[in-house]
Design a protein around this ligand. Structure first.
Ligand code: PRP
Ligand code: URA
Length: 207
């Protein structure tokens, strides 16, 4: 499975602010948007584009416009913190939602919501979920996307653990993962170490 480690210094600059325990939700949200923009740009490098000619004030200019359907799929709730950034880059994208919640004791993800566009099979699908820990949520979401017909799927995560990467590789070896970092591993509560804590809680101030 291709794992793309995004080394851009601006990505890592935002990541340390997200990791810092004293970062308040307001700044956390801004950094989530910033890092998501940069990661999404990397994950969409080979988005289909068509040649166009436009007229500048001085004459015709050749260029390329993004063509083809793009579907962005945030995994609720934390993935919503990345959505605006992706839509800023690809305003025409359709949005599918998948709601998953990890059990606090077992860390097993269960689905509580799903609404996907009908065009998944022909689309470039970008799944966004900031944390790839055990990989249970990612695999559940990817299973759902596959069942709904998705064929060309990429995934963007802000922090990954080796366990999560291995599980996605086992179940969905063709899915490309874009992440700035693979951390050391998981603690007894299946949180990424050093990670950044509970992304959803930090994003929304619910801890
Ligand atoms: C977080 C995160 C992922 C999941 C990762 O969501 O956004 O979806 O945990 O963990 P995993 O790889 O072990 O499955 P959480 O279930 O905490 O829900 P939330 O987004 O509603 O806070
Ligand atoms: N979900 C989070 O938000 N953080 C982790 O470290 C693991 C799962």
């Amino acid at each position: 499975m291709p794992v793309h480690i995004v080394e851009h210094p601006l990505v890592h600059d935002a990541l340390v602010i997200l990791r810092e325990a004293r970062t308040p939700p307001e700044l956390f949200r801004r950094m989530a948007v910033r890092i998501s923009l940069l990661l999404a740009a990397e994950a969409t490098r080979d988005l289909p584009a068509a040649s166009v000619t436009v007229s500048t004030p001085l004459g015709p200019a050749e260029g390329r416009r993004v063509s083809g359907e793009v579907v962005v799929v945030p995994v609720l709730r934390a993935g919503l913190g990345m959505l605006d950034a992706v839509l800023e880059l690809i305003p025409s994208a359709r949005v599918g939602h998948i709601g998953l919640q990890r059990d606090e004791l077992t860390a097993v993800a269960s689905r509580y919501y799903s609404k996907l566009p009908p065009t998944l099979g022909e689309s470039f699908v970008l799944m966004i979920d900031p944390m790839l820990a055990t990989g249970g949520s990612a695999v559940a979401a990817l299973d759902l996307l596959r069942e709904a017909g998705a064929r060309n799927v990429r995934m963007i995560c802000i922090v990954s653990a080796p366990e999560g990467i291995a599980l996605v590789e086992q179940h969905h070896p063709d899915v490309h993962i874009y992440t700035p970092v693979v951390d050391d591993g998981l603690n007894d509560h299946k949180f990424i170490v050093p990670g950044l804590g509970d992304f959803g809680d930090r994003l929304y101030g619910t801890q």
